[in-house]
Design a protein. Structure first.
Length: 82
């Protein structure tokens, strides 16, 4: 998670592109808006998470697009609602 935090903070979203074999929706804007976004790796009992925070409306829309794609492509809980 710390590697993801570091990559995303620098505007590098190559890893999601490699995992999904295509450009992941929202990542272009996330890279462009990187100065308006913070990423924080957090340890959890069974793994970890990267918390994404911003107050910028453009960045918020990109975060939502990115996360909706991730939920859908990984078939995570909640993807059925979008």
């Amino acid at each position: 998670m710390r590697d993801i935090e570091t990559s995303f903070t620098s505007g590098n979203f190559a890893a999601p592109g490699l995992v999904h074999a295509r450009e992941v929706p929202g990542t272009r804007v996330l890279a462009e808006q990187r100065s308006a976004i913070t990423y924080s790796a957090i340890d959890r009992p069974s793994g970890g998470e990267v918390r994404i925070r911003t107050t910028d409306p453009t960045a918020i829309a990109a975060v939502h697009e990115f996360l909706a794609f991730q939920r859908s492509d990984h078939r995570a809980a909640g993807h059925e609602r979008h």
